[in-house]
Design a protein around this ligand. Structure first.
Ligand SMILES: Nc1ncnc2c1ncn2[C@@H]1O[C@H](COP(=O)(O)OP(=O)(O)OP(=O)(O)O)[C@@H](O)[C@H]1O
Ligand SMILES: Nc1ncnc2c1ncn2[C@@H]1O[C@H](COP(=O)(O)OP(=O)(O)OP(=O)(O)O)[C@@H](O)[C@H]1O
Ligand SMILES: [Mg+2]
Ligand SMILES: [Mg+2]
Lengths: 227, 227
């Protein structure tokens, strides 16, 4: 699914350059379950944004499903994001002016899905994450963990083949974390490719493969059995 | 420090009322270290906001340092917040248009602190949380865990006697979590009162007292030794 060679990302912010990724090579096969761990600031979210085609690398090459991403125009990139990739952001990225149903159905609008079917799918996912009774609320009327669950529902609504989850359980209590991880591991069992950034050893412990990042590089790889 | 009787909070949002807190009684003594745990949506952040005078209860009574909060005018409330309470928000609440130093020094501006001293204090706290080299960056140029650390620095800059921390380690890796917890427990050892909402058993395990919330009430209390 994902093939990256020499991915580098430098944020150039005036006086200080931040070298967030340093010539990273990464291969992720279809159907794999990877966790990505590492210290705060080590480049995990940056890597996830590049894999998810939400940002461009400063240099390096990246292929998704055999196509080099640099050769794709904006429409083709949007199509990949909206049809194939579900992204659970670390900061949720919910839209404050929309209610929960509208937030969850948003990827389907971009995919030109029919309105009734969009709403039905969005509501069924809100039910799966335990928030159907709040569907007409807005994000600022929710707790931290509740917002996270809406973000998860939205990431899954377009039935993506690649799920990128950046700290999906960080704001959740143990029981809700377990429920969300069951949801995600069931999707992996159905054949989805799953990449999860996590600080939680219990989550990393469920992955087949664990990528350890530090200071903008992949320092070493292990397996979930180490947890 | 804190005395609450029958604290109730109902969010009335059109068709649905959310009963976030249900007649909660709570006493916290000066110098105490409490953790607050419980499922997502159980009322922890709501309780913290009421304790920190950031919101008003629907009903109930609340005294801080012996003064009933309902009798205080806005200036007196602001004085308490700015001089005595440090708040680490679950969502950081950093100001996007300000750089990190300006974010951290903000409580001191409200306290009419002299500019040079403000900046010196802000910079020394940014150093304590490992971000002095990024002081002129803005929040959107930081990782999730880095934003959290700035929020912690800001909460501590006015040397508050009561520290309310809502999930201070949720976005942090294990090593940085340990460093932040050492910082906070050292402050407790100096006599500060510390109330931490957490989903992390390692953090709850360090508290003397652990308050278990569920469905808008305090269900039971325990101690950190259970962890
Ligand atoms: N938009 C940006 N502009 C400038 N620097 C940035 C930007 N985004 C991230 N950075 C910097 O790049 C580095 C890597 O950030 P990244 O968000 O990838 O870290 P992370 O591993 O996800 O950390 P965390 O565990 O705290 O979420 C950090 O030093 C961060 O401050
Ligand atoms: N501004 C608001 N308007 C309406 N409802 C709200 C508002 N803030 C919180 N709520 C609701 O009140 C209940 C308690 O929320 P609160 O944020 O206190 O929970 P929490 O225990 O902090 O949860 P989490 O662990 O997810 O952060 C939730 O059902 C939440 O949706
Ligand atoms: Mg991150
Ligand atoms: Mg909360």
């Amino acid at each position: 699914v994902v093939r990256a060679r020499d991915l580098t990302k430098i944020y150039d912010t005036g006086a200080v350059s931040v070298h967030a990724l340093k010539a990273v090579d990464l291969d992720i096969q279809t159907g794999e379950f990877c966790a990505v761990v590492g210290p705060s600031g080590s480049g995990k979210s940056t890597l996830m944004h590049l894999i998810g085609c939400l940002d461009s690398p400063t240099s390096g090459q990246y292929w998704i499903d055999g196509t080099e991403v640099a050769t794709l125009d904006d429409d083709a990139l949007s199509a990949i994001r909206n049809h194939h990739i579900g992204f659970i952001f670390q900061s949720f990225n919910l839209i404050a002016q929309l209610d929960l149903v509208a937030n969850v159905e948003l990827p389907l609008i971009y995919a030109n899905q029919h309105k009734n079917q969009r709403r039905h799918l969005a509501l069924s996912l809100l039910e799966k994450v335990g928030l159907a009774d709040r569907s007409h609320h807005r994000p600022n009327q929710l707790s931290g963990g509740q917002m996270q669950r809406v973000a998860i529902a939205r990431a899954l609504v377009n039935d993506p083949s690649l799920i990128l989850a950046d700290e999906p359980t960080g704001n959740l209590d143990s029981k809700t974390s377990t429920e969300i991880m069951e949801l995600l591991t069931n999707l992996h069992a159905e054949g989805k490719t799953l990449v999860i950034v996590t600080h939680d050893p219990r989550v990393a412990g469920q992955a087949e493969r664990v990528i350890h990042m530090g200071d903008g590089v992949i320092q070493w790889e292990g397996t979930g059995r180490e947890y």
